[in-house]
Design a binder for this molecule. Structure first.
Ligand code: NAG
Ligand code: NAG
Ligand code: NAG
Ligand code: NAG
Ligand code: NAG
Ligand code: NAG
Length: 220
């Protein structure tokens, strides 16, 4: 256990030191084969200036979402989430609405407005599946700039690396072709009753389940 903690601490400190990148890696694209021009790199017509790219592992990553509004689709194109996996199925995600606050805009379809990143990674890895059809507090509003607005949640605004949208067919959660969101949780989302709470002793924190209302925790 101690070894685990020490490893965790090391990784944490190490990451904190190295994390001088201009965007999360999950919102970056490989632009290694782009065209160089002065200090910028051009790829597929998008100009990445020095503030919008970084190099790791011999690969140049361009922060596409700093330039074009992005959202993440949890599964690849032509796939939806069936139970806990992405599986081939013609998606009906095209009905995804874009909002200004809680007011629907007439921007449509979403895939022409946003740059799409296919990923459901969360960092930290805790995820929750929203069920807007069963619980009004789960009603979500994708904003024009790719931010997710959740008026009834502690965080309220979630950036594109903190959620992904998808069509869900999940029997266990009574979802049959429902457009919804996998939300990456932050620490402050854990303090609410019925959710998880962080228990800390000295420097170390552990997650502890404090109540029962956790049936919608989604492990992937
Ligand atoms: C990035 O793209 C380059 C050139 O297309 C390729 O050689 C390299 O393997 C890619 N790197 C990653 C991490 O995908
Ligand atoms: C670096 O690239 C190699 C080969 O593509 C890969 O196995 C490794 O996980 C990468 N490391 C990081 C830190 O991304
Ligand atoms: C999607 O729809 C097309 C035509 O509408 C069909 O040919 C294809 O087999 C469908 N794919 C899946 C995975 O259902
Ligand atoms: C959203 O609505 C507000 C007021 O209703 C308006 O001032 C603002 O410009 C709108 N934002 C966008 C991005 O359209
Ligand atoms: C995106 O829009 C939301 C809601 O209008 C706003 O709170 C947020 O700061 C904006 N984010 C960025 C990165 O512009
Ligand atoms: C926890 O859930 C079980 C099964 O869903 C239920 O029987 C039990 O009463 C619940 N306990 C509390 C404290 O709510």
């Amino acid at each position: 256990m101690l070894v685990l903690y020490v490893t965790f601490l090391f990784v944490y400190v190490y990451n904190a030191r190295c994390e001088k990148v201009p965007c999360p890696k999950v919102l970056a694209v490989n632009i290694t084969d782009g065209t160089r021009s002065d200090n910028s790199i051009i790829k597929d017509g998008v100009i990445f200036d020095q503030q919008n790219y970084f190099v790791t592992n011999n690969t140049i990553f361009g922060c596409i979402c700093n330039i074009i509004p992005c959202i993440r689709k949890c599964c690849r194109s032509q796939e939806i989430m069936i139970n806990r996996r992405c599986a081939p199925r013609n998606s009906t995600l095209s009905s995804l609405a874009i909002y200004n606050g809680t007011l629907a805009t007439n921007i449509t379809p979403y895939y022409e407005h946003f740059y799409l990143i296919y990923s459901k990674k969360c960092k930290p890895r805790r995820k929750m599946l929203l069920r807007p059809h069963l619980d009004t507090s789960n009603k979500f509003y994708v904003q024009e700039n790719g931010t997710l607005f959740l008026p009834r949640y502690a965080g309220k605004y979630y950036k594109p690396d903190e959620y992904c949208v998808e069509v869900f067919d999940v029997q266990q959660y009574e979802m049959k072709d429902v457009v919804s969101v996998i939300l990456c949780l932050r620490e402050d989302d854990f303090v609410k009753p019925g959710h998880h709470r962080l228990l800390c002793t000295g420097m170390f924190c552990m997650q502890k389940r404090i109540a029962n209302k956790t049936t919608h925790w989604f492990k992937i």
